[in-house]
Structure formats: structure tokens, C-alpha cells
Unconditional design. Structure first.
Length: 372
């Protein structure tokens, strides 16, 4: 039986485009099998904005509802004054002693504003351990021990309970979405119950964006799927022949930089371009490895792996601008139809074959039907 995995990259407000692609996937699922994303996938994993989408699917929200999250709450998550403040802060931090750095307001920004408030409103207080199908996996970086934690929803039933099982799922999305310079770290408080070898009760653990380690979580999803069986501990573990992966990116900025541009950059110039320069590169490497290990030696296997990714102009590259909502939706529509004007935006489905993303979605779903 095929184990179907959905992996969703981080990318801030560019998650609008991911949500629009999810709508196209869900429309195809409804047309073919009368099922939803929640019904179809066995495991969903997401980083940063992808974690919000993944958690939304895990709690049963439709793709249309997830797109509405960005439309309705985008300006509360990314207020204009915070974007202006961050630009000023980035400049002043280059010339100001550390003791005089401007500080972020407490999280959330107020009872009405802020990512945490939006997440708790949209996702509710459902504990992560209550989400059984699909399994949910969210990475976030624990600054206190300098390691990436994989928060998983399927610990409870397999004899390996975790200290975080009773915490609401929205808190893990807040951890995974706390991108440095965009949001302050989010703290998880270890609840009153504890297990041997776990953090002490009441300890506050600081987390930042999972994208610092794994912005494209496709391989993480595969690794977790193969780590343990999912119905009962006696089940036969999965292998790569059992796995199908649909991975969705949030775009590759294409603004070129010449040697003359970069040779004089200092720490500020490099730091402000970290997202554009260093996150897309490992995203692509992860996607290439995922595609190759599943495809192995034949294109027939490639029907079990699909990566949806695209190039972005400078105008569409920002990850924190809710004013781009309509532009992102329009671009996603063009991308789905293969109308961006770039051959590199077509979906790879074989060693030398690429088709429109809409066609690729239909092919993936046909090749990997529910229950098969």
C-alpha cells in the first residue's frame, strides 16, 4: 500500500501560493475520488508557513479555508508598522551597541494582533497528540540545545510519549514560524507531566523557525514515515517503494547579483539577504535528492514523487508583504497552467519530461490513489 506524504516549504506570506496550489490538488482529489487533502494524505509535514498549512490540513480544514487565512489575517501577522520597524532595526543594529538594540514587543503583539493570536484562533486548542490521520510532523529549532526538534502527532499510541503531546498544535506552528528578524522566538513551557529523560517541568524552551535547518521538509517526512509503523508497533516498517511524496515550494527568487555587487557586502548586506540566497539552495538540493532516491532507476517510479516549485521576480520575492496577496494568487494560477513563460517552472515527471503543474497533479493523484 502506498504511503502518501505532503511536504510544504517555509516562505512567509508566499504561503498564499502554496495554499492556491493546494486548492488545485484538492479539486483534483474531489473530482477523482470525492476526498479532501485530509482524507488523502497519510502524513503532512511543513516548515514555517508550511507548518500552518500542514496543521490546518491535519485538523480538517479545506484548502480554500487555508487560503482565506492569508487573505483575512495577513495584515495581522505582518503589520505594516512592524515591517517598517524591522527595516530600521536592521540598519541601526549595524551601527548600534548591542545593549541599545531596539527590542521586539512581547508576543503576541496585542490581544488583537500577532501570529500567535491568529494561530490559536484558526487552529484552536487541539493537542498535537489528538491528530491521528494524517500524521503531522513540524520541525522547529530549539535554541537552548541548538538542535532541530521534530514535533510529531503519533507518539502517544506507540509507547514513546513525549513531553509536548498535550500542547496545542498551534504552538508548534508558532515555533516553526518564528523567523529571526521577522518574529521573536516562541517559548514552549514543559507541561506538568514529564517522562524520564525529558525536559524538566515548567522549563521554558525557546524556538525559532524550522527553516534554519530544514525549510523543505520532504526528506524529514520520508525519514519519519520509515522510522516507525503507524497502526501498531508490530507492523512492517515502510521502505522507499511504499512512499509517494508531493512537495510544494514557495518560489525561488531570481534577482541576479554580480561579483561587483557582492564583493563589498558587509554583515548587514549578507544578513538581510539570507532568505533569498541561502534558503532556496538547500530547498533545491533536498528536492533533487528526494526525486532521485524515489525515482531510482526508472521513470515509472517518478510517478510517486512530484515537486511543485517556480521562479519569482524581484517584485514577488518578499515574504512579509500582505499587499501582494492578489498578485500571489494570480501568479499561482499562471504557474498551474504553465503560463509563467519559463520552462523551468514546468513540473518534472521524468528524466527528460516536464508538463504543466495541473497535468502533473492529475498524473500524481491518478498514479497514487487513496487506498492503494
Amino acid at each position: 500500500m502506498t504511503y502518501r506524504i505532503l511536504a510544504l516549504d517555509g516562505g512567509g506570506f508566499r504561503g498564499v501560493m502554496s495554499a492556491r496550489l493546494l486548492m488545485a490538488i484538492e479539486a483534483e482529489l474531489d473530482k477523482k475520488y470525492k476526498c479532501t487533502l485530509h482524507d488523502y494524505f497519510d502524513l503532512v509535514t511543513g516548515t514555517s508557513t508550511g507548518s500552518i498549512l500542514a496543521a490546518g490540513i491535519a485538523v480538517g480544514k479545506t484548502a480554500q479555508e487555508l487560503l482565506g487565512l492569508y487573505e483575512n489575517y495577513g495584515r495581522r501577522i505582518f503589520p505594516n508598522y512592524i515591517r517598517r520597524l524591522r527595516r530600521v532595526t536592521n540598519i541601526t543594529r549595524a551601527v548600534t551597541p548591542i545593549a541599545l538594540y531596539p527590542h521586539y514587543p512581547e508576543w503576541p503583539l496585542s490581544q488583537e494582533d500577532g501570529l500567535a493570536t491568529v494561530l490559536s484562533t484558526v487552529l484552536g486548542d487541539t493537542p498535537i497528540s489528538a491528530l491521528h490521520k494524517p500524521v503531522l510532523v513540524i520541525p522547529a529549532y530549539d535554541v537552548s540545545v541548538r538542535r532541530t526538534r521534530w514535533f510529531c502527532s503519533n507518539n502517544d499510541g506507540h509507547g514513546w510519549p513525549q513531553w509536548y503531546d498535550s500542547l496545542p498544535v498551534w504552538q508548534f506552528c508558532a515555533c516553526s514560524s518564528s523567523a529571526p528578524t521577522f518574529f521573536p522566538p516562541f517559548k514552549l513551557t514543559v507541561p506538568e507531566h514529564s517522562y524520564g529523560g525529558q525536559p524538566e517541568v515548567g522549563k521554558k524552551l525557546p524556538f525559532i523557525d524550522g527553516g534554519v535547518a530544514v525549510n523543505n521538509p520532504a526528506m524529514l517526512g520520508i525519514a519519519h514515515a520509515m522510522l516507525m509503523p503507524y497502526e501498531k508497533p508490530t507492523d512492517t516498517p515502510l521502505n522507499l517503494r511504499d512512499v509517494a511524496v508531493l512537495s510544494i515550494g514557495t518560489g525561488r527568487p531570481t534577482e541576479p547579483y554580480s561579483y561587483e555587487d557582492v564583493k563589498g557586502w558587509g554583515s548587514l548586506q549578507w544578513a538581510t539577504r539570507l532568505g533569498d540566497l541561502f534558503i532556496p539552495a538547500p530547498n533545491d538540493v533536498t528536492a533533487a535528492i528526494c526525486w532521485q532516491i524515489i525515482r531510482a532507476e526508472c521513470d515509472q517510479n517518478a510517478k510517486r514523487v512530484l515537486r511543485l516549485e517556480y521562479s519569482l521576480s524581484k517584485e514577488l520575492a518578499p515574504i512579509d508583504n500582505p499587499n501582494l496577496y492578489t498578485a500571489y494568487v494570480d501568479f499561482a494560477n499562471q504557474y498551474l497552467r504553465g503560463e509563467t513563460g519559463r520552462n523551468s517552472d514546468l513540473a518534472r515527471v521524468g528524466m527528460s519530461q516536464s508538463i504543466t503543474p495541473l497535468e502533473a497533479i492529475a498524473q500524481f493523484i491518478t498514479a497514487n490513489p487513496p487506498g492503494a
